[in-house]
Design a binder for this molecule. Structure first.
Ligand SMILES: [Zn+2]
Length: 192
C-alpha cells in the first residue's frame, strides 16, 4: 500500500485517504482527509462534523464478500461521502459517492449511501460460464476508468466490481450485432 505523509499532521496515511490540495499560486500540499476537512472548516469559518467511518463488508449478488472503505470530504458548501474497494492498496472495484449540502447529517448520509450500495450490489450485469463472459440482460451499469496497461488511451470498464477491458467489452457486444443501443453517462455521485 502506498503511504503518503500528511503535510499538516505528518502522519503516514494511505494514498486513498490523501487529498492533493492547493492552487497554482500557493503550491500544492498532500493532506489527510481529517486535516483537509479541518482546513476547509477553518478557511470557511464553519463548524464541521468529522466522522471516521470504519470499513464495512457487504455481499454482492454472487455471495462474494466485498470490503468498502469510506472517505468523507467537506467541500465548503457541500459534503461528499465516498465508498470504495481496494485492490493492491489502491482504489479499485466498486466505487460510490453521495453528495449533500454541507450541514447534512453524516449518519443519514452514510445510511443513504449504504442503501445505494446495497441496491447496486444486488444487480449482476455480466454472466461468466467459465469459458466466456457475457452481458446477462440488456442493461449494463459501470464505471469508466483508464486502462493504464494499454498503449492507447482507451477505457477500462468496471462492471459488477470487476475490470473489463475495451476489447473484452467489444466481444460481449457482438452478441447483439445489428441491435441498437443507448449510452448515457452520469456523474459519479448520481445513481445509475
Ligand atoms: Zn493530517
Amino acid at each position: 500500500m502506498t503511504q503518503v505523509q500528511c503535510h499538516t499532521c505528518h502522519a503516514g496515511v494511505a494514498s486513498y485517504d490523501v487529498i492533493h490540495f492547493g492552487s497554482m499560486e500557493t503550491g500544492y500540499r498532500d493532506l489527510c482527509s481529517h486535516c483537509f476537512n479541518e482546513e476547509v472548516g477553518r478557511t470557511g469559518q464553519i463548524e464541521l462534523e468529522q466522522v471516521r467511518f470504519q470499513p464495512i463488508d457487504m455481499l454482492d449478488a454472487a455471495g462474494v464478500k466485498r470490503r468498502f472503505h469510506f472517505l468523507l470530504l467537506h467541500l465548503g458548501d457541500r459534503v461528499s461521502l465516498e465508498a470504495f474497494e481496494l485492490q493492491d492498496g489502491e482504489r479499485g472495484g466498486y466505487q460510490f459517492q453521495i453528495l449533500d449540502e454541507a450541514q447534512a447529517d453524516l449518519f443519514d448520509l452514510m445510511a443513504r449511501l449504504v442503501e445505494r450500495m446495497r441496491r447496486a450490489l444486488s444487480l449482476r450485469h455480466l454472466v461468466d460460464d467459465g469459458q466466456r463472459c457475457s452481458i446477462a440482460d440488456k442493461t449494463v451499469r459501470g464505471r469508466i476508468d483508464c486502462d493504464l496497461g494499454s498503449a492507447d488511451r482507451v477505457p477500462i470498464l468496471v462492471i459488477d466490481g470487476r475490470e473489463v477491458n475495451w476489447e473484452q467489452f467489444g466481444q460481449m457486444l457482438m452478441t447483439f450485432e445489428g441491435w441498437q443501443f443507448k449510452f448515457e453517462i452520469k456523474d459519479p455521485s448520481e445513481q445509475v
